[in-house]
Design a protein around this ligand. Structure first.
Ligand code: NI
Length: 185
C-alpha cells in the first residue's frame, strides 16, 4: 500500500463528475487500500477518489471505528437537520459550519462488489454526505454564505502563500501538528 498525494482546492479533478465503477478489479481494490492508508496518514475520517486525482465513484470512511468503502453510493433517504463545523483534506485548515441531513440511508457497493446499505446518523451521516458530494464535484465551502465563503477563500489564499501546486504531499509531521485534524473529510 502507499500514501497518495492529495489534490487541493484549485485542482480541476475536485470539480468533475466521477464515473460509476462497473467492475471490481485489482486496480480498484488497490486504490481503495491506498485511499485508506492516505486518509489515515492525513488523520482524516473520509476521503473520496477525486481527492487523490481519480475519477472512480468511490469514497472511504472511518468514523468511530466504522470503517468502510462506498462504491457508487446513492442517498435513498435523507431526513432531519444538523449544523456543524466541517473541514476537508483538500482545503486544509479551513473550516465552516454546514447544514446537513441528520440521518441518511445510502445504498452502495462494497470492496467485494456486494450491495449494502449504510444507515447513518450524526457525524457519520455528515461524513457520508460530504464524501458523496466529492463524487459529484461539490465541496463543503459551496454551502457557506457568500460572505463566509469569501472569507474562507481569502484565508486559503493567505495560507498558500503563493503556492502554485494543487498537489499536497503528506508528511507525518504536518499531519500531527495540525489542529482540528479529526474533522477533515
Ligand atoms: Ni473533503
Amino acid at each position: 500500500m502507499s500514501v497518495l498525494d492529495i489534490h487541493v482546492l484549485g485542482s480541476p479533478v475536485l470539480r468533475q463528475e466521477t464515473t460509476p465503477v462497473t467492475e471490481i478489479t485489482p486496480d480498484i481494490q488497490r486504490l481503495i487500500d491506498d485511499m485508506f492508508e492516505t486518509m489515515y496518514a492525513a488523520k482524516g475520517i473520509g476521503l473520496a477518489a477525486p481527492q487523490v486525482g481519480r475519477r472512480e465513484r468511490l469514497s472511504v470512511i472511518d468514523v468511530d471505528d466504522n470503517r468502510f468503502v462506498i462504491i457508487n453510493p446513492e442517498i435513498g433517504v435523507a431526513d432531519g437537520k444538523q449544523k456543524g463545523e466541517e473541514g476537508c483534506l483538500s482545503i486544509p485548515e479551513i473550516y465552516g459550519d454546514v447544514e446537513r441531513a441528520m440521518h441518511v440511508l445510502v445504498r452502495a457497493t462494497d470492496r467485494e462488489g456486494n450491495p449494502f446499505e449504510v444507515d447513518a446518523t450524526d457525524l457519520l451521516a455528515r461524513c457520508v454526505q460530504h464524501e458523496i458530494d466529492h463524487l459529484h464535484g461539490r465541496l463543503f465551502i459551496d454551502y457557506l454564505s457568500l460572505v463566509k465563503r469569501r472569507a474562507a477563500l481569502a484565508k486559503w489564499e493567505k495560507l498558500r502563500q503563493g503556492e502554485r501546486s494543487f498537489i499536497r504531499r503528506l508528511n507525518p509531521q504536518e499531519a500531527v501538528s495540525r489542529q482540528h485534524r479529526d474533522e477533515e473529510l
